[in-house]
Design a protein around this ligand. Structure first.
Ligand SMILES: Nc1nc2c(ncn2[C@@H]2O[C@H](COP(=O)(O)OP(=O)(O)O)[C@@H](O)[C@H]2O)c(=O)[nH]1
Ligand SMILES: [Mg+2]
Ligand SMILES: [Zn+2]
Length: 330
């Protein structure tokens, strides 16, 4: 029996509205490129093959654009491809990078090379908190703290970084993972943490994000030690987001939160992004207290009592000045 002799199939091919939606399957968009959406079937997560899909025109009419990370319903078509017929509700939406349903951000900082920068750490945390995503701290390159070949001063600095981050940030309730991609240390606890989530890895260039992903996913060979992706290495390398299946979860292969400016933040968002200030704000005498010099400020009281880390408040004040300066320029 030839395929075209089946009248129903014939209809399907020529008129997508007759597609039987009850035959739809669920999946996740893991890549979007040139009008195609690559859907990883939910029922078949073991095999790595994705289904190349077009989206129904009806999305555009409703102003909906499917994003990488979206949970969708799709209907397989005859040629082995598919049609995305429904977008399931989104839990979150990141703009840069454009990914839906990210719920975990792994904030990577190296214990050395590049040296630990607590101000940058607080800036990343602020943006992640603002995006409503759960942050997880990862202190990478831990091997540098005990590498017998490295200088003693370097080892000391690495140890100091570990001690400082642990003291400040675990007191605030943040989870901290220590890793070494070189020694493959701490990789599986991090892997466990990523399961069941769509994550982005954030952190400055050179901290070891790509190396970590390569260590987490057997067979993955992301380029490491990239100098800069500002100009792109070839004319044909268009930057697109892709989700990497890490076995029980997905990670977006993008330098997450690449633009850390304050354009999207207001003054109250700043205090919200510092969790200790968010918690104390209701106890301040004035509503909308900016925790800079107001009388009866609970944050300033706790700071004076040594219960709020000085570096945290310092960075908050610095960001506040930057934000005000940025607003003035517009
Ligand atoms: N000692 C040590 N070096 C590392 C580790 N992970 C990455 N590196 C090195 O750090 C540099 C930057 O790594 P890469 O993964 O490209 O960082 P990314 O820019 O954050 O993606 C490379 O030279 C890596 O070899 C680690 O665990 N230990
Ligand atoms: Mg990289
Ligand atoms: Zn206050």
């Amino acid at each position: 029996m030839s395929k075209t002799s089946n009248p129903r199939k014939h209809l399907q091919k020529n008129n997508e509205t007759t597609t039987d939606s009850s035959a739809s399957l669920q999946g996740v968009i893991v890549k979007a490129l040139s009008g195609y959406y690559y859907v990883q079937p939910q029922h078949d997560r073991i095999s790595s093959s994705t289904v190349q899909c077009r989206a129904r025109g009806v999305f555009k009419n409703r102003g909906l654009t499917p994003l990488v990370g979206d949970d969708v319903l799709y209907v397989p078509t005859e040629n082995g491809e598919g049609t995305v017929v429904e977008l399931l509700p989104r839990h979150s939406e990141l703009i840069r990078p454009a990914v839906a349903n990210v719920d975990l951000a792994i904030l990577v900082f190296s214990v050395h090379e590049p040296a630990l920068n607590l101000q940058l750490l607080d800036k990343f945390l602020l943006h992640i908190e603002h995006a409503g995503i759960q942050p997880v701290l990862c202190l990478s390159k831990q091997d540098l703290s005990h590498d017998p070949n490295s200088k003693e001063s370097l080892q000391e600095e690495a140890l100091k970084s570990i001690e400082e981050v642990t003291r400040i940030y675990s007191n605030l309730g943040y989870e901290i993972y220590g890793t070494s991609s070189v020694e493959h240390e701490g990789i599986s606890p991090l892997h466990e943490r990523l399961k069941g989530h769509v994550s982005v890895f954030a952190g400055q260039s050179g901290v070891g994000k790509s190396s970590l992903l390569n260590a987490l996913v057997p067979g993955l060979t992301l380029e490491t030690n990239e100098i800069s992706n500002r100009l792109g290495r070839g004319k044909h390398t268009t930057r697109h987001v892709e989700l990497i299946d890490i076995g029980g979860g997905y990670v977006a292969d993008t330098p997450g939160f690449s633009q850390l400016d304050f354009t999207e933040l207001g003054i109250s968002d700043l205090a919200y992004g510092f969790i200790e200030m968010r918690e104390l704000a209701p106890e301040c005498k004035f509503r909308g207290c900016s925790h800079v010099q107001e009388p009866g400020c609970a944050v300033l009281e706790q700071l004076a009592a040594g219960k709020i880390e000085a570096s945290r408040h310092e960075h908050y004040i610095t960001f506040l000045a930057e934000l005000k300066d940025q607003k003035r320029r517009y």
